[in-house]
Ligand binder design. Structure first.
Ligand SMILES: CC(C)(COP(=O)(O)OP(=O)(O)OC[C@H]1O[C@@H](n2cnc3c(N)ncnc32)[C@H](O)[C@@H]1OP(=O)(O)O)[C@@H](O)C(=O)NCCC(=O)NCCS
Length: 172
């Protein structure tokens, strides 16, 4: 068995500013630009966890809750929240820095899933993960039902077998 890792082992922090070419017609960051930055940060986190080539298999959730104006300094913090057999869920927190006070506020979160592959693109196993903090444990515990939801939506899992997901709705 591979040596377990912690979410902190994969911590990846990506800080960059928003340039004019990355904004929409009302001067806020274009959503696709943020998605691409998140994909980059998350893939580095998944690579740090697995020490393998990783590919994005699913963007599970991104909510754009706050506008990010031109010139903002955007920081993405990515960590592997749970490792399964060959796949890893990466949870991201996105922060914006106020120019004058330097205070940070959360603009959104995102959850992506990556799969580790070899040079031929064949899936390979990844190390297990042991969450440490309270938040890491919450994210770890919820990751299985998110995986099941993603697989059900992708028509890769029979909903009747999605026991963790079903437990949210049906008390047996
Ligand atoms: C990722 C890829 C290698 C997976 O191949 P596959 O034959 O579907 O492999 P599997 O069915 O064994 O799935 C591999 C893992 O991904 C998980 N997975 C597959 N689809 C998923 C989805 N939609 N959501 C969450 N997890 C998913 C599986 O549950 C499995 O996880 P586990 O081994 O940890 O239990 C293949 O689909 C691929 O190459 N996709 C393209 C990736 C890519 O190019 N990404 C960039 C897009 S531009």
């Amino acid at each position: 068995m591979m040596t377990p890792k912690t979410p902190t082992d994969s911590l990846t922090i990506l800080t960059d500013m928003v340039l004019p070419s990355e904004t929409n017609p009302i001067g806020n960051m274009f959503g696709g630009e943020l998605l691409a930055r998140m994909d980059r940060a998350a893939s580095i986190a998944a690579r740090r966890h697995s020490r393998r080539i990783v590919v994005t298999v699913s963007v599970n959730n991104v909510a754009f809750t706050k506008m990010i104006p031109l010139g903002s300094v955007v920081t993405i913090e990515a960590k592997v929240s749970r490792a399964f057999t060959t796949s890893m869920e990466v949870f991201m927190d996105v922060w914006i820095e106020d120019r004058e006070s330097g205070k940070r506020y959360k603009s959104n979160e995102g959850i992506y899933t990556f799969v580790a592959v070899d040079e031929m693109g064949q899936t390979v196993s990844v190390p297990p993960i042991v969450p440490e903090s309270k938040l890491e444990k919450q994210r770890f515990n919820a990751a299985l039902r998110r995986k099941q939801l993603s697989l059900v939506i992708a028509d890769k899992m029979d909903p009747l077998l999605a026991t963790e997901l079903k437990a949210l709705f049906i008390k047996e």
